[in-house]
Design a protein around this ligand. Structure first.
Ligand SMILES: Nc1nc2c(ncn2[C@@H]2O[C@H](COP(=O)(O)OP(=O)(O)OP(=O)(O)O)[C@@H](O)[C@H]2O)c(=O)[nH]1
Ligand SMILES: [Mg+2]
Length: 584
């Protein structure tokens, strides 16, 4: 048996192990929390690693740290048909696990222990997921317990399903059981010993310094010498030179399916010695436990990387949505200020209202006279104000709707371009590539509210001018549409002829307002109305944006797991090397 326990590493049971237990308990909690829900390339592997780590902590490491003197658990693992169940039965001297010709045979693990040790195993102390039973079963979720005087006290033997099974459940259960073992009794046959899967497992055992003994089973007596030396060389080359190697020759079985006594006496003797020697037993336990903890700390960094990748992906998906909706806001802002809205219907209705022709031709040269002339132009057209209002309403709605649609389409497309984004959309079940169904109604309400706000603005600004001739001539409604028109042509804060006819039209509006309120007040009113519009559009689109963000929130992805995991892994390593440091 290897005595490779690193003397620098803190021993279970030493003062450091209480802190180790606390730290590893936190690690288990953090791992449970550190879900990896987003479909990122390579995530399946990381999910499996995370699940294995949680299992190993629960099945083995934590219970082992809590009760360091619990019996040593020897797990008999290997390929199907290698003879594991037959070997266990032969060691116990009775048929405790059903062997069979149908492959694979063992589906439910069988744990044989000395009757005195029963309390260690009939509780859920180790392998808590497996339900205890005392009857033979084929349920992979059950653990059959068998008490036998033939097993030494302080050592238990577990017959596991096959590691390279055609049944996935067998494979994962076998791996889980080996991860919960203090000692591996690895059974392979002359026919299978060079196979890849067993060596994959043995490599894992070597990597994590698990204590391993190898049994070369069912071997023709004349091949023993040659195969044994070959296998021994392979073990040495793969870091397992200290592992004891037993051979069991192929022999006829008795009527109970047991091997002749002489063939298993070596193995039985070795197990009995181990069972009787508390120090040797604790050496095996310490070696495997230390190795498991070391590997867990290392793999924690891999899971931390995977968590970081999840957080990065989440941030990217959020950014996609924000970019898309920010662009929509910018586009709406631009479209509602650069004169775009003053084309078509709004312009036509506005010109109907204020008139064209003479007025515009003289715009540059006769600005001084303009105000009075405009006053005349406005008179007698009150019913046309309503038409401008309606045109503004629909123009603005169309603009907002168009960009809300574009934003949804863009955000949806950018999410679909990565598998995690597509997954989030699929899981949500509702199509987000269009603006929401209620959006049109909401946008209509928003525009009307804004117009009402403009009306209020003009009304309160004119509270002391309500009786002046000019104010009366245009009316609150007339002045309000003039203000809206000014807002729609206010790129760069100036209303100018550079925006063309539309701009020219806006100049008329501006002059009208100036005639009533004065230049400064007009600038202030326009800014105020613009800002009010921006705030309302923002709120409106935020609701649209939220549909995407809510999808991400529903993934319930913890964002701080990565850092927590790394801190815990560092703490585990610090504790592992703490005694060495104290000595320095
Ligand atoms: N003659 C002879 N037959 C054996 C020996 N070992 C196992 N067998 C037979 O080989 C078959 C498979 O043996 P099992 O002990 O069920 O093998 P296993 O490794 O437990 O197989 P799984 O449970 O499927 O993983 C059974 O029919 C056994 O009776 C042996 O040493 N000699
Ligand atoms: Mg079996």
């Amino acid at each position: 048996m290897s005595d490779a326990a690193d003397p620098q590493v803190v021993s279970p049971g030493s003062p450091g192990s209480t802190q180790m237990l606390t730290t590893l308990t936190s690690l288990r909690g953090t791992l449970l929390h550190a879900r990896l829900p987003l479909q990122i390339p390579g995530v399946e592997e990381h999910r499996a690693v995370r699940a294995e780590m949680i299992d190993q902590l629960e099945d083995y490491v934590l219970p082992r740290l809590v009760q360091i003197d619990a019996p040593l658990l020897t797990v008999v693992g290997g390929s199907t048909g290698a003879g594991k169940s037959t070997l266990v039965n032969s060691l116990v001297g009775e048929r405790v696990s059903e062997p069979g010709v149908l492959r694979p045979t063992t589906r439910s693990p069988v744990l044989v222990h000395h009757p005195v040790d029963a309390p260690w195993f009939d509780s859920q102390r180790i392998l808590p997921e497996l339900e205890r039973t005392t009857r033979a079963t084929a349920d992979p979720g059950a653990l059959q317990l068998v008490a036998s005087e033939a097993i030494p006290q302080g050592l238990a033997l577990l017959d596991a399903p096959d590691i390279d099974s055609v049944e996935e459940r067998n494979r994962t259960l076998a791996a889980q059981l080996l991860a919960a073992a203090d000692l591996w009794l690895f059974v392979t046959s002359a026919a299978r010993y060079a196979d890849q899967v067993p060596w994959g497992f043995l490599k894992q055992a070597a990597d994590r310094s698990a204590a391993v003994a190898v049994v070369l089973d069912r071997i023709a007596p004349e091949a023993i010498a040659e195969v044994t030396s070959h296998l021994a060389r392979m073990l040495t080359a793969r870091g397992l030179k200290d592992s004891p190697l037993f051979t069991v020759a192929e022999a006829p079985l008795d009527e109970d399916g047991l091997l002749p006594e002489g063939l298993v006496s070596d193995i039985r003797g070795w197990l009995s010695d181990l069972g009787a020697d508390a120090e040797a037993r604790s050496g095996v336990v310490r070696q495997t436990l230390d190795g498991a903890v070391r590997i867990i700390a290392r793999r924690t960094h891999d899971v931390a990387d995977a968590c970081q990748a999840q957080a990065d992906m989440l941030a990217r998906l959020k950014r996609d949505v924000d970019n898309s909706y920010d662009q929509a806001l910018a586009d709406i802002d631009k479209g509602s200020a650069d004169g775009t809205l003053l084309r078509g219907e709004v312009l036509a209705r506005w010109q109907e209202f204020v008139g064209t022709g003479e007025l515009f031709r003289n715009l540059e040269s006769k600005v001084s006279k303009l105000r009075d002339r405009i006053t005349n132009t406005f008179k007698g057209k009150p019913q046309q104000v309503e038409r401008v209002t309606v045109a503004v309403e629909s123009g603005l709605q169309t603009l907002i709707l168009e960009h809300a649609e574009a934003a949804a389409e863009r955000a949806d497309a950018s999410w679909r371009s990565v598998s995690a984004g597509a997954q989030v959309l699929e899981e949500g079940g509702v199509d987000l590539s269009r603006a929401s169904r209620e959006f049109r109604t909401r946008a209509e309400r928003m525009v009307r509210d804004w117009q009402a706000g403009v009306l209020d603005l003009v009304r309160s600004e004119g509270s002391d001018k309500r009786t002046t001739a000019r104010f009366l001539a245009y009316g609150v409604n007339g002045l309000s549409v003039a203000l809206m028109v000014v807002v729609f042509a206010s790129t760069g804060g100036v209303t100018g002829a550079e925006v063309g006819i539309a701009g020219g039209s806006a100049v008329v509006g501006q002059k009208v307002l100036e005639a009533v309120f004065g230049d400064q007040a007009v600038r202030r009113l326009a800014t105020h109305a613009r800002e009010d519009l921006a705030v309302r559009v923002h709120a409106l689109l935020d609701e649209e944006r939220r549909r995407f963000i809510e999808r991400l929130d529903a993934m319930e992805l913890p964002t701080d797991s990565s850092e927590q995991l790394r801190a815990l892994a560092r703490r585990v390593d610090d504790l592992r090397f703490a005694p060495a440091r104290r000595e320095l």
